[in-house]
Design a protein around this ligand. Structure first.
Ligand code: PLP
Length: 381
């Protein structure tokens, strides 16, 4: 089956569910046993529910993985993967330019548990080998990154990591399984904040993990059940419903973002546009190899590099709402410096090039004429 077909059907068989077209929401905490000691597929809803199982199987199909795992949020998924792969004394090497919440859990939670966290610029894959030590257990990648849309070469970095027995996890939230499949590129674990494109309608918080290695699957599933940061059946249903239209939505997000990037590139109020689809983007060639299209996020440096300018433009935008998050059907604008990356120390933001006079645009699926008109009026003096 091709992607769009799997997105609609994979993981669900209506037999056994009263022939309901949609996976039912099993709003129950537990399931009845007929006798003591009976082994049920589902017994207690922290361990598993039929609705969650459909979502987990669906994601596995979309990533070409053996297993999927669902969590209460993207961060719960990140945390479970880190806990399942790292022990005190171990080291994780992570891309420096990564989601603020992942930076926070690595530097504040993992570091406090005796795990060494090393950040590195891995846009050149040759930078990795010299950093790997005897305690290095995990390589944490994000591609494209939030908010500057940097790419790393997942196949090249996975090959180096595997030579040293290091596992590779990729946060692929910005790409979605529609645009990129990290496991097919050689990674061991893929993580998604389904809160973004997979859910797609800004109405659910959920995290997903896909793995093929059965030992890794068992270790992450153990944390999922032991720590219990699991999504409820309603959230699983909403995510499954969102995924059904993922292929259609991503095509439109990508079409619209390409047009927005082209428009902003020549606009006098804009200093620089970050979008992997632009020829000038340093990861453009890699994006063509590693992704099917370039995604729906466009980040800009304003000529006037001030918070006041960012604030004025965000305030003038009518269609684009100023909000955290991204990947929904509606266009959003985010001031990364104070919002998604508010928790990152200023010196770290400066080192990464995250500026006060910068806006991240999540391009929605509205009519492109309305999107461009809104940007034009907001950027006019
Ligand atoms: C939003 C996001 C997360 C965290 O997901 P939540 O669902 O908000 O917990 C992780 N990684 C990336 C790249 C994100 O954009």
């Amino acid at each position: 089956m091709k992607f769009a077909t799997k997105a609609v059907h994979a993981g669900y068989d209506y037999h056994g569910h009263q022939r309901a077209l949609m996976p039912p929401i099993y709003q129950t905490s537990a399931f009845a046993h007929d006798e003591v000691g009976e082994q049920l597929d589902f017994a207690y809803s922290r361990t598993g529910t039929p609705t969650r199982a459909v979502l987990e199987a669906n994601l596995a199909a979309l990533e070409g993985a053996a297993h999927g795992l669902a969590f209460a949020s993207g961060m719960a998924a990140v945390d479970a993967v880190l806990r399942a792969t790292l022990q005190p004394g171990d080291e994780v090497i992570a891309v420096a330019d990564l989601y603020g919440g992942a930076y926070r859990v690595l530097t504040k939670v993992m570091a406090a548990q005796g795990i060494t966290v090393t950040f590195a610029d891995l846009t050149d894959a040759a930078n990795l080998a010299p950093l790997i030590g005897s305690n290095t257990k995990l390589l944490w990648l994000e591609s494209p990154t939030n908010p500057l849309l940097n790419l790393v070469d997942i196949s090249a970095l996975s090959a180096v990591a595997h030579q040293h027995g290091v596992k590779v996890a990729v946060d692929s939230t910005f790409a979605t399984p529609y645009l990129q499949n990290p496991l097919q590129l050689g990674a061991d674990i893929v993580v998604h904040s389904a809160t973004k494109y997979l859910g797609g309608h800004s109405d659910v918080l959920l995290g997903l993990v896909a793995v093929s290695d059965s030992e890794l699957y068992k270790a992450i599933k153990f944390i999922q059940n032991a720590a219990g940061a699991v999504p409820g059946p309603q959230d699983c249903f909403l995510t499954l419903r969102g995924i059904k239209t993922l292929a259609l939505r991503m095509e439109r997000h990508c079409d619209n973002a390409e047009k927005v990037a082209a428009f902003l590139q020549t606009h006098p109020a804009i200093e620089q546009v970050f979008f992997p689809g632009l020829l000038a983007h340093p990861g453009h060639e890699l994006a063509k190899r590693q992704m099917r299209r370039f995604g729906g996020i466009v980040t800009v440096y304003l000529k006037d590099n001030s918070r006041a300018a960012a604030s004025r433009i965000a305030g003038k935008l009518q269609l684009f709402m100023l909000a955290e998050s991204l990947g929904g059907v509606e266009s959003l604008v985010n001031h990364s410096y104070t919002m998604s990356h508010g928790g990152m120390p200023p010196e770290q933001k400066a080192a990464l090039g995250i500026r006060d006079g910068q806006l991240r645009l999540s391009i929605g699926i509205e009519d492109i004429d309305d999107i461009l008109a809104d940007l034009a009026q907001a950027l006019a003096d």
